[in-house]
Design a binder for this molecule. Structure first.
Ligand SMILES: [Zn+2]
Length: 438
């Protein structure tokens, strides 16, 4: 749409919402000018304080795709936005601010027409509030796993909260991971007959970590991967979509080769979820998957660059499930690995999750434990049988190791610190390119 055809931003909004949008934009601008950050969170807080119904006003008339789950929501949201962008302008919160305030901030910052779709990444804790505030067209549910033990809820609590939230959003089509029993329990808790649910077989191995039926706590009658409970009947649903190695199969039998710039089967699964979501909004899966292939970096994740003559790839692992996925991405037997663990508020200050990460697979590699909690990490590596060195500074550790293929795997605040230093010093090299079947 040409800019001359756009309705002036804010004209159809109630006066209170218009004031909130203006105040939010001014707040974001001041925050940026005073270098207090991107202003996303604070602008959303200010605007919602002035108009608690702002998200409802700013999403009315839009198709809204909400993406939630413990792992992969930023990448999947990026894929959804890329797919929708093939046909429309899109509003999205690609800054990573995924709480209610971040959603509000992204919407109020947009000057695109208020009829264009929104692709919104939403924290799993914030999902019920965002579903209450929007009439979401599509809800994409990726997975549930333990995260931030000191401040997050147990996953069973999320299952119950998600089920309640979905029951209150009867018009939304749900795109759900059929290989995660926790997601299935939440979705089938709200929609026992699977009405308006599009199940996706992602090949996720997380079901292995769910030893009991999440609905009734009975032992599985049939174990993962074709899990089924003999007591309450909860069982793996029949998927309409399947993510294979390097391919996605849709409900019409279409079999589409996927060549992503992002590595790993986990991203093929994320692309399949995005294709199923965009299909609800009439974007063909071939279009979404082609658009997803253009995404080569997600907020610095998978960033390949050089620093002081050393080639590094930066990977993010925020919780045990995320670390398990990124450790799977590391080529066996190749270059050295720098592990960086902090325990700031944004990471969760309890690092007992380290014991749930399969560090054993790094045996035989050259490994350095780094970060503010490098000592805790060192203890964990010792018991995993991984010989290693210790150095607090991850970037200094990478430089000391030298070479062309150093992997830095970091949790959230360590990742943001390393990313800032790498970006400040060097321009990216060619993006990492995966091969089908990885
Ligand atoms: Zn059961």
């Amino acid at each position: 749409m040409r800019s001359s055809e756009r309705p002036p931003a804010g004209t159809a909004l109630p006066q209170r919402a218009r004031i909130a949008v203006l105040a939010g934009r001014v707040t974001a601008m001041v925050s940026r000018l005073t270098r207090r950050g991107g202003g996303m969170t604070i602008s959303g807080h200010v605007a919602l304080w002035l108009d608690p119904a702002l998200i409802t006003h700013l999403t009315r008339g839009r198709p809204v795709v909400v993406v939630s789950g413990t792992n992969g929501k930023t990448t999947t949201t990026r894929f959804v936005a890329a797919g929708l962008r093939a046909r429309h302008q899109v509003v999205t919160n690609d800054s990573g601010a995924n709480l209610v305030s971040g959603v509000a901030a992204a919407l109020l910052a947009s000057t695109d027409p208020r009829t264009c779709p929104a692709a919104l990444e939403v924290d799993e804790f914030a999902l019920p509030a965002v579903l209450r505030a929007t009439e979401a067209s599509v809800v994409v549910l990726l997975n549930l796993s333990r995260d931030q033990l000191d401040r997050g809820s147990e996953v069973s609590a999320h299952v119950r909260r998600w089920a309640t939230a979905l029951a209150a959003a009867p018009t939304a089509v749900v795109v759900a991971n059929a290989d995660d029993p926790l997601v299935c329990a939440a979705v089938l808790g709200a929609r026992p007959d699977g009405t308006a649910v599009r199940w996706v077989a992602t090949g996720s191995r997380r079901g292995v970590d769910v030893p009991l039926c999440p609905r009734c706590q009975a032992a599985w009658a049939t174990p993962w991967p074709m899990w089924a409970c003999g007591a309450c009947g909860l069982a793996r649903p029949t998927p309409a979509w399947t993510a294979h190695e390097g391919r996605v199969t849709g409900p019409g039998g279409e079999d589409i080769a996927v060549q992503l710039a992002l590595p790993g089967q986990v991203n093929v699964a994320n692309a399949a979820m995005a294709a199923a979501a965009c299909d609800v909004l009439s974007v063909p899966p071939s279009v979404t998957l082609a658009a997803a292939s253009s995404v080569d970096e997600v907020a610095g994740r998978y960033l390949r660059t050089t620093y002081d003559g050393v080639g590094v790839r930066l990977l993010l692992g925020k919780n045990p499930a995320g670390w398990t996925e990124v450790l799977d991405l590391i080529e066996p037997g190749a270059g050295p690995v720098v592990l960086a663990v902090n325990a700031g508020v944004a990471d969760g200050v309890d690092v007992s999750w380290l014991w749930d990460v399969p560090f054993e697979q790094l045996r035989g590699r050259r490994v350095v434990a780094t970060g503010e909690r490098s000592e805790d990490l060192s203890v964990r590596l010792h018991y995993a049988g991984v010989e290693h060195e210790r150095e607090v500074d991850p970037v200094r550790a990478a430089v000391r190791l030298g070479g062309a293929d150093c992997e830095i795997v970091a949790n959230y605040t360590a990742f943001t610190q390393v990313r800032a230093r790498l970006r400040a010093s060097h321009r990216p090299r060619t993006p990492y390119v995966t091969t089908a079947g990885r």
